[in-house]
Design a protein around this ligand. Structure first.
Ligand code: ADP
Ligand code: GLC
Length: 485
């Protein structure tokens, strides 16, 4: 099969800038495509963390102002473990540290339409004949609303085939109508089947409407977003484009998330060496100030603290968790009310419930290894990576049956233990009662050592490597190129 030239554009990329799973995907999927010998290059804003990581980046091109509101910029070349990066350097828009979308108070940057308008415009330009790079991709792959406007220019002005991937349809990038001209989109794009959405400019709607093909990050979520409840207003459009929509499950970076070689752990372990996992529990209890109890399970949570993740259900159960009896270790940041809820829960149950507010990659690894069981009762979950990390770390997850959680976690029952598929606990309803029953059931199972070990091993044996997803993306790109003509 021929080698494809692919431009992959994203607004975050691990390990340099990451607010959630998109950052992980933007690092791992291009790397897997490169291992499959495709010519893939990643376009990403030159945030301070990237300047710091690549001080020797060389100038590829100077870009003039591409539209009335878009400042001039530069493209820099860097390489991450052999993967070519194209850094979009525009200090006026991107020289801001911390969360790439929010200011220090947690509000959207007021010029986000311009910042990600420029990123989208440049992604499109690199797929067009006027590209300053002397390199033409066969396909431009954009991710979430921050790059989803690129397919609009490719559609109206011509250029490569395009694919837009939805990582979370709740975030759409919707801005005042005046941005149409400011970003240099043609006037005739202002249509219900163009970039207009209820009188505003919607980046994500534009991408879903105008990209050659669409994907999202799990098969179940691909079905869900065609229904009003999950579609956040875009379900009718997705039903209309159902033939162009596919669900491809994310993978796991199996080198980074491997309990047998993870340098952040107190003790490495594997499916056939599970006893050493206990060392990690002891270490985590010590690190987080939990009592060194061995007679009760330790539940773990690592999450953005938002409505999406269903953690208010955990807060409602509150001290009930300690009475199971069980312990709880939480790492997260986000919604101030949820943060406060966990802080006060921990304050009233020292030694049994511990909370760290903030973003801490190494602690995330130690919680995956040290907890007995992972909680992820999301209301919706396009894919979810943490449940897959948990499965690999022998930390059976309790999840709600939605999106990628439904595609990866199999409820442990007599039947699924017999056929060796049962790897966690699944609830149907996002209610405190349903979650409580699952916590009780998981606690009972944990006390039956043989059963628990079977559940752990079933999860650890499953193959979540990126090679499968990369293969499906290549098929998607080829279909997009063929459909584009
Ligand atoms: P989402 O992208 O919706 O936040 P995912 O499960 O796909 O959910 O990905 C979340 C990623 O972010 C995982 O790699 C997880 O470990 C990481 N993460 C989330 N919150 C934190 C945190 N407070 N500290 C460290 N890592 C975190
Ligand atoms: C989003 C989703 C999450 C998914 C991630 C990567 O942030 O909320 O479910 O795993 O993107 O695709």
């Amino acid at each position: 099969m021929s080698r494809l030239a692919i431009l992959f554009a994203a607004s975050e990329m691990a390990p340099w800038v990451k607010t959630g799973g998109l950052g992980d995907v933007a690092a791992a999927l291009p790397a897997a495509l490169r291992r499959a010998r495709h010519d893939i290059r990643v376009l990403i804003p030159a945030y301070p963390a990237l300047h710091k990581a690549f001080p020797g980046a060389t100038v590829l091109a100077d870009l003039p102002a591409l539209a009335p509101a878009l400042p001039p910029a530069r493209l820099l070349a860097a390489e991450a473990d052999g993967l070519p990066l194209i850094l979009l350097d525009c200090p006026e828009l991107f020289a801001r540290s911390g969360n790439p979308y929010l200011d220090a108070l947690g509000h959207d940057w007021p010029d986000n339409a311009i910042r990600f308008g420029l990123l989208s415009r440049v992604a499109a330009l690199l797929g067009q004949a006027g590209s300053p790079l002397g390199w033409q991709p066969d396909v431009v792959h954009v991710n979430d609303w921050q790059t989803a406007l690129a397919p609009a220019w490719l559609h109206y002005e011509g250029g490569a085939a395009s694919v837009v991937t939805v990582h979370n349809i709740a975030f759409q990038g919707t801005f005042a109508a005046g941005h149409l001209m400011a970003l240099g989109l043609p006037e005739y794009a202002w249509r219900f089947d163009g970039v207009e959405y209820h009188g505003q400019l919607s980046f994500l709607k534009a991408g879903l409407q105008l990209a050659t093909l669409i994907s999202t990050v799990s098969p179940t979520y691909a079905g869900e977003i065609q229904h009003a409840h999950f579609g956040y207003g875009l379900a009718p459009l997705l039903r209309h484009r159902a033939d162009a929509l596919r669900g491809i499950l994310n993978g796991v970076d199996t080198a980074l998330w491997n309990p047998a070689s993870d340098p952040t752990l107190a003790a490495p372990y594997a499916a056939n060496r599970l006893a050493a996992k206990r060392e990690n529990k002891r270490a985590l209890q010590g690190e987080m100030g939990l009592e060194p109890a061995v007679d009760r399970p330790l539940f773990g949570i690592i999450s953005r603290l938002t409505q999406q993740k269903g953690l208010d259900l955990v807060l409602t159960l509150g001290e009930g968790i300690t009475q199971l009896p069980a312990q709880l270790a939480v790492l997260g940041s986000g919604d101030k009310a949820i943060e406060a809820g966990f802080s006060s829960l921990a304050a009233s149950h020292p030694g049994q419930i511990a909370v760290r507010l903030g973003f801490d990659e190494a602690l995330a690894h130690r919680i995956e290894a040290g907890a007995d069981c992972f909680l992820m009762p999301s209301r919706f979950e396009p894919c979810g990576l943490n449940q897959m990390y948990s499965l690999r770390y022998g930390t059976p997850p309790i999840v709600r049956a939605t999106g990628g959680l439904a595609d990866t976690v199999v409820d442990a029952s007599d039947a699924t233990l017999a056929d060796r598929t049962g790897n966690g606990f699944v609830i149907d309803e996002a209610t405190p009662h349903a979650l409580w029953l699952a916590l009780e059931r998981a606690t009972r199972c944990w006390h039956k050592r043989k059963v628990w070990q079977r559940i752990q091993q079933n999860g650890m044996r499953r193959d979540f490597s990126w090679e499968h997803a990369a293969h499906d993306y290549v098929a998607l790109y080829r279909d997009a190129i063929a459909a584009h003509g």
